[in-house]
Each structure stands twice: as C-alpha cells, then as structure tokens.
Design a protein around this ligand. Sequence first.
Ligand code: MN
Length: 206
Amino acid sequence: MFHQYELKYGYGDLEPTIDALTMETHYSKHLATYTKKLNEFAQKAGIEDMGITKILESLYTIKDEKLRTDIRNNGGGFYNHNLYFSIIGPNGGGEPSGELGEKMKETFGSFQSFKDQISELALCQFGSGYAWLSVTPKKELVLSKTCNQDNPISLGTGNTPILNIDVWEHAYYLKYKNMRVDYVNNFFNIIDWSAVEGYYQKACSK
Ligand code: MN
C-alpha cells in the first residue's frame, strides 16, 4: 500500500511563492489521485509490495502494455510529487551549504550557474514535465528534464533524483497564469536545501 508524503507545513505556508489553493489542489487532489491509482494498478500487476523505486526501475518486466503505461504514469506521479513536496518548505531559499554546496560549485561553477541551468531546462520543457537535479552512480551531479510523469528512474538512467521542479500547469497556473518563468524564478525561495542535502547524502552512500 502506497501512502502519499505527509506535508510538514500548511497549504498557505508557502505563500506568496505558491498560493494555498494551488497547494491544496496539488496535494489533496493531484497527488492523492496518483496514489490511489498507483495502488489500484500495482495490485492488478501483483507488485503492490515492491518499493516505488524498484517498480519504476523495472517497468519493462510488466508485460501488459496498458498496465505498464498506467504504472509508469501513476507511479511516476506518486514518486515525483512525494519528492517535490518534501524538498520545499516555508523556511526554504538561500543556497545549499555543506558537501552539496561544494559539489554544486565544483560541477556548475557557482550556485547561480546551477540556478540558471536548471531554470532553463524548466522553461524549455515543452508542455508538462519536470526539471531535475540528480546524482549519478559515480556520485556526480547532473541536470535533466522529462515529459509528463517520467523521471530519471523510470527512464532507466541509473541516476537518483534529489530535487525536481514541477512545471505542469497545475503547479502554478492559478497564480502565475502563463508566466512559468516567474514561478520557476520564485521557486528558489522555497527550496528546502537541508532536505535536498539529505537526499544527496543518501544517494552518495548507495
Ligand atoms: Mn504536479
């Protein structure tokens, strides 16, 4: 049985970056639906006891094509949103310190350069999808973008996501309308770098 991530903050706590209605709808409707459907389809496939990462890594083992697509989309929606809601918070913003901060400077040159590059990916993703910061099996940082509810795991990259920016219109349209650029720019005010650092350490200790 899959359970959606429990929010550590209230729907209105991320204002003004994300308005309360967007948060409520995104969490209690969108993520709740992905979770419900994942549970249904995983049960149908007999994989409800597998972890979500394992499921997304081994989609190819699901022989029924429709069921495989349903699990790819809803399992991705479950994983992606659990990560998303866990790496933002009311005390977010600033820059990562510690080992992640060092690694970012080494990889991208500066925090600003990281921000520019991931923002560019978030903005050029055509239609729905995400921009990602992930850790490769060799412990390097890498940026990417994906469509729909795909992610670096379901695409078989072997990389471990540690941060994502949801650029589906449901993530920002009520407040930002067509101005995805403003949403992405403001998103950096709510990134909880201590949470991202936690995911980074976990990925590096694999
Ligand atoms: Mn979303």
